[in-house]
Design a protein around this ligand. Structure first.
Ligand code: 13P
Ligand code: SF4
Length: 301
């Protein structure tokens, strides 16, 4: 099928099904180009919650589609490739979290949205990279932060709080090394450096700004700087370049590729709209408890 025909079929089916296509900033360019809304985890969960569509096609990874399913029980949530997971989210299981909670019964559990619905259900509040500092600032007392140790360390340094950290990490962001940034800074001394808080501390230490993917997109539009070194998954460069045609964006590392994000294609989006599958559903008892943790996040912002 020609690209144009494929897009036309997606657009027609989308209308027939009253569907909305939500796309994460790391998706392949051709998927970003069919988005009704393109954004970071927090922005996409807000869009899902406020949408009046019957069907949400979630172009991202499972925990993101699950978050939409938790927030929108009356909508059909589709993940065009059911294998699109997140290795970071898989680094905490509900059993392991329960054991850790038993060691620290007084701790408030803050769970990064990159986690399963079961783990969210076992937590007090969720956060994303966009609001983690604000969420933790509001908490008095001990905090157990799961599963990303590097986001946790970043939050600890910004809030001055000591957090109990979980040993999870994003393997994609681990591929960005301090020497990658140092080399690019030598070649482009005028460039500003923006990195995601999932990066290693030695990398965040070299950054001018540590931002969520949505924060990076806003910063790119606002900064006077004409060259940015971008320390996150390379899919975001498509959006940054499209929205800021006069500026130069350099990936901190070409190795920062999330293969799970790249599983989604326009063909799979079409198939999922045709078949209304694969669906993402969360059992009601887990959904209600996970929703309480997400609602607690949304209240803070
Ligand atoms: P954002 O919430 O910043 O979009 O990040 C999601 C993610 O998976 C980062 O690896
Ligand atoms: Fe998960 Fe890392 Fe991929 Fe984000 S980039 S979805 S944290 S594996």
């Amino acid at each position: 099928m020609e690209d144009r025909e494929l897009i036309e079929r997606i657009m027609k089916l989308k209308k027939d099904r009253n569907a909305v296509i939500l796309v994460h900033n790391y998706q392949p360019g051709e998927v970003q180009d069919i988005a009704d809304f393109l954004g970071d985890s927090l922005e996409l969960s807000r869009k899902a919650a406020e949408s009046d569509a019957d069907v949400i096609v979630f172009c991202g990874v499972r925990f993101m589609a699950e978050t939409a399913a938790i927030l929108c029980p009356d909508k059909t949530v589709l993940l065009p490739d059911p294998e699109a997971g997140c290795p970071l989210a898989d680094m905490v299981t509900v059993e392991a979290l329960r054991r850790k909670k038993a060691e620290h019964p007084e701790a408030f559990v803050v769970c990064y949205v990159n986690s399963s619905a079961e783990v969210k259900a076992e937590s007090d509040v969720c956060c994303t990279s966009a609001n983690a500092v604000r969420i933790v600032e509001q908490i008095d007392g001990k905090v157990l932060f799961v599963p990303d140790q590097y986001l946790g360390r970043h939050v600890a340094s910004r809030t001055g709080k000591e957090l109990i950290l979980w040993p999870g990490f994003c393997p994609v962001h681990m591929n960005i090394l301090p020497q990658d940034i140092e080399e690019l800074k030598r070649e482009h001394p005028e460039a500003r450096v923006v990195v995601h808080p999932e990066c290693r501390p030695e990398v965040t230490a070299l950054a001018d700004e540590v931002l969520s993917t949505g924060g990076m997109c806003r910063y790119a539009g606002e900064t006077e700087s004409q060259t940015l070194i971008v320390g996150t998954e390379v899919g975001i460069l498509h959006r940054l370049r499209r929205e800021n045609p006069g500026k130069t964006f350099l990936p901190a590392s070409e190795r920062a590729v999330c293969s799970n994000m790249k599983r989604i294609t326009p063909e799979k989006v079409l198939h999922s709209l045709e078949d209304l599958s694969p669906r993402v559903e969360v059992p009601e008892d887990i959904r209600l408890r996970a929703k309480a943790a997400l609602d607690a996040m949304v209240q803070v912002g």
